[in-house]
Design a protein around this ligand. Structure first.
Ligand code: NAD
Ligand code: DAU
Length: 354
């Protein structure tokens, strides 16, 4: 049995589906079901006794304590977080609560639980904290990619809250000998991503004939990784990672936002041409930049490659084709996530014209 937090979100749900397909043990999935949590992501596991869903908050110490003592997991994989940079600019409080206090609560309860385990169970236990490359801040055009020893320099309320959580995890290992692992990954894309993030937002806006909003000059660079490759990397780190270590995970795939958007548009032009015959790229619209917008992220993934033998399987070309196809084939999933709260967010972020 493993305990996954945030398993109804984008990466967490991909991870659980991947885990059930490749591993033998069961999963307890603790998720608050915020706007980003969606049980439809796990619809294919309905009736599967190896997946137990619990709606609840990682900040609820009593709930976490009860789950640990009842299910006795051999590992915790911690995904639960507020994850969207733009939302953290509008309202940082939830980010501090879940990402910092929530991680602290989990660490406290997990440490207490771990201390009660007997010798073999205690030494097999792992707490894997899923974090981001954004904790390292922003790179200049000629800077070397982030390594695990790059100094932390978070620039948004989101990345600052994730950096704080990384430090707490580090401290619990250093002070208490608690068996932690931390992963810092670059931008993910793939199925089940909530359409507030760049790639699914662009796909949906294009299909609806809406403007494709590019912040600033569109030359900001991200290092894109297909979500399935991130899930494999996490399983490798859990199985073979050295205690107390951090592992950077990335796709060696730096692209400007404008190039990403053009790629998505040309795949859509090929798979589902617009009714008016115009290329989707004609919808590209430059909008006001994100405050404090990090210019470039790039991951040096040599440590995980050398130590654990992990490498991404998908190229951006194969991964983005799969992703666009997935959104084209899942109209019902899209309909469900784009009602209510989603419209409120889009109106707030992009204005009435969106
Ligand atoms: P997401 O926003 O899609 O999902 C987050 C999930 O956490 C949701 O299901 C939500 O309901 C749940 N959650 C939020 N607050 C909670 C709370 N207090 N208690 C319990 N559950 C709660 O996020 P994601 O994109 O899947 O990211 C997952 C993790 O991976 C995050 O920690 C994020 O920082 C990290 N990460 C994301 C990316 C990326 O590109 N998306 C890259 C690197 C790291
Ligand atoms: O690097 C890892 C991080 O990647 C994760 O930790 C975060 O949880 C995840 O959300 C993602 O952060 P970004 O801010 O890089 O992702 P987002 O999809 O929001 O934006 C990607 C780039 O596209 C960024 O430079 C901002 C730009 N953008 C985004 C949106 C939503 C636009 O130009 N227009 C948009 O409408």
């Amino acid at each position: 049995m493993i305990l996954v937090t945030g398993g109804a979100g984008f990466i967490g749900s991909n991870f659980i589906l991947d885990w059930i397909a490749h591993e033998q043990s069961s999963v307890i999935n603790l998720d608050k079901l915020t706007y980003a949590g969606n049980q439809n992501n796990l619809a294919t596991l309905q009736g599967n006794a190896r997946h137990v869903f619990v709606q609840g908050d990682i900040c609820d110490a009593e709930l976490v304590r009860g789950l640990l003592s009842m299910h006795k997991p051999r590992a915790i994989i911690h995904f639960a977080a507020e994850s969207h940079v733009d939302r953290s600019i509008h309202g940082p409080a939830e980010f501090m609560q879940t990402n910092i206090n929530g991680t602290f609560t989990l660490l406290e309860e997990a440490k207490t639980y771990w201390q009660t385990l007997s010798g073999e169970e205690q030494s097999a236990f792992r707490f894997l904290h899923v974090s981001t490359d954004e904790v390292y801040g922003s790179l200049g055009a000629d800077d070397a990619p982030f390594t695990e020893t790059t100094a932390y320099a978070p620039n948004s309320p989101y990345s600052a809250s994730k950096a704080a959580s990384d430090h707490l995890v580090r401290a619990y290992h250093h002070t208490y000998g608690f068996p932690t692992l931390t992963t810092n990954c670059s931008n993910n894309y793939g199925a089940y991503q909530f359409p507030e993030k760049l790639i699914p937002l662009i796909i949906l806006n294009a299909l609806n004939g809406n403007p494709l909003p590019i912040y600033g000059d569109g030359q900001n660079i991200r290092d894109w990784l297909y979500v399935g490759d991130h899930c494999t990397a996490i399983r490798e780190v859990l199985a073979k990672g050295r205690l107390g270590e951090t592992y950077n995970i990335g796709g060696w795939n730096e692209m400007t936002n404008l190039d990403v958007v053009h790629t998505v548009c040309s795949i859509l032009d090929e798979l589902k041409p617009a009714a008016d015959g115009k290329p989707y790229a004609s919808l590209i619209t430059y909008v006001k930049d994100r405050p404090g917008h990090d210019r470039r992220y790039a991951i040096d993934a040599r440590k995980i490659e050398k130590e654990l033998g992990w490498k991404p399987v998908e190229t951006f070309e194969t991964g983005i084709h799969k992703t666009v196809r997935w959104y084209l084939e899942h109209a019902k999933w899209i309909e469900n996530v784009t009602s209510g709260e989603y419209r409120t967010w889009i109106g707030k972020q992009y204005g009435a014209a969106s």
